[in-house]
Design a protein around this ligand. Structure first.
Ligand SMILES: NC(=O)c1ccc[n+]([C@@H]2O[C@H](COP(=O)([O-])OP(=O)(O)OC[C@H]3O[C@@H](n4cnc5c(N)ncnc54)[C@H](OP(=O)(O)O)[C@@H]3O)[C@@H](O)[C@H]2O)c1
Length: 360
């Protein structure tokens, strides 16, 4: 077995903490995966795994980390800045490694002894401009990770993509670079066992979707000029996304599959804003922008610190973000509804954690 310590008793670790990698005497990670026993042939792994997560400090990563630790797995999270992982520190059996995440050597050292790698790295408006910045975050990072995975002999990769990702025909740099990263994963070495996830927009107490609109509505007294108001989404709860990753950990029938992940409600952007306003008990007066003005809004907002909206985001909104196949159904997940849950964190005096600005 690849584990060294009982994960539920391991102390939270920091950037400076020593690695909890398996001993040299342990069987290889690949052999361990092959002999792992499952409570059900598909989803339930009975033994703890060593799991590497890139992008584990983010909105999805934090939710996934909590669930993985609860099930007894041992995590190693790579980050550009150890402080980004502060919220993970209370979790047992999580090791934070700070370093140059684009360095194959750094990633290789993080992957030592791991059974599974999870790639959650992504950004909507990273530094460096839409084309070069997104290429670096999605394509260059995935290429470095795949090289490190090959060197370390890690047998399994779970790759986060996005609905409508398409290397050739994607509507935006974001969607094209996500598609290119998918292509790299699919074209990787024979022995790598991968699964790709393509969610629609993801919601939850710490999201940057509903929380951002709630802040905007508060700042503007409820008046909102809205780009692509009729663009449709099927928002999926962060817990359902994390559950999809958990169910694919073991491989089995999820190996070499791509899952589209959508929630039960198909909503226009305008409906999402109205729902947010209702949950937050704010007034709401939406001015749907014609496309030319929406594009100009992107031009203006990408110059604002934090780039809350961009021309590339506008291009992503040109295509509906709704599933053609039900990944949740295939994985046995019954997704929860944004309409039902939004008041839990948006209602005035809610104690749930609020969203944070995405990091570039
Ligand atoms: N949230 C959604 O609605 C949604 C929808 C579809 C797909 N996705 C995809 O799901 C994944 C997770 O999303 P999320 O909402 O959890 O994002 P998030 O909160 O912004 O976290 C993204 C992670 O990526 C890393 N990262 C960000 N910018 C980077 C850069 N310039 N270079 C290297 N690393 C960088 C960060 O790690 P460190 O800061 O620790 O280095 C961070 O932990 C992403 O791949 C995203 O594209 C999200």
């Amino acid at each position: 077995m690849a584990m060294t310590a009982a994960p539920t008793t391991a102390a939270p670790s920091t950037a400076a903490s020593p690695t909890a990698a398996p001993t040299a005497a342990a069987p290889t990670a690949a052999a361990a995966i092959a002999t792992a026993s499952y409570a059900s042939p598909l989803f339930h792994i009975q033994r703890p795994l060593n799991i590497f997560i890139a992008g584990g400090t983010g909105f999805v990563g934090r939710e996934l980390a909590v669930r993985l630790v609860r099930r007894g797995h041992q995590l190693r999270v790579a980050t550009r800045n150890a402080a980004h992982g502060d919220e993970l520190l209370p979790l047992s059996s999580v090791e934070i490694r700070e370093g140059n995440v684009y360095s194959v050597d750094f990633l290789r050292s993080c992957l030592d002894g791991c059974d599974v790698a999870i790639n959650l790295v992504g950004a909507l408006n990273p530094p460096g401009g839409a084309a070069a910045g997104l290429r670096r975050v999605h394509v260059q990072f995935t290429a470095a990770l795949l090289a490190a995975i090959a060197e370390a002999g890690v047998p399994r990769l779970l790759q986060m993509s996005a609905l409508n990702a398409d290397a050739e025909h994607g509507a935006s740099h974001y969607l094209r670079t996500k598609g290119e990263a998918e292509q790299l994963v699919r074209g990787s070495r024979e022995r790598l066992d991968w699964t790709i996830f393509r969610p629609s927009v993801i919601f939850g107490p710490a999201d940057s979707l509903t929380n951002r609109f709630a802040v905007l509505l508060r700042l503007t007294g409820g008046w909102l000029p809205l780009a692509r108001a009729r663009a449709r989404f099927a928002p999926i709860h962060v817990g359902d996304v994390a559950e999809a990753f958990l169910r694919a950990l073991a491989g089995g029938s999820t190996s070499r599959q791509t899952y589209e992940l959508c929630g039960p409600d198909v909503l226009t952007l305008e409906q999402i804003v109205r729902l947010t306003a209702a949950a937050a008990q704010r007034s709401c007066h939406i001015w749907p922008l014609p496309d030319a003005l929406a594009w100009l809004q992107g031009v203006a907002m990408q110059c604002v610190p934090g780039k809350p909206f961009s021309v590339d985001n506008y291009h992503s909104l040109l295509i509906d973000s709704v599933c053609r196949t039900s990944g949740c159904g295939e994985l046995g997940i019954q997704p929860v509804s944004l309409c039902a849950l939004a008041p839990l964190w948006l209602a005035p005096h809610s104690l749930a954690p609020q969203g944070e600005a995405p990091r570039g």
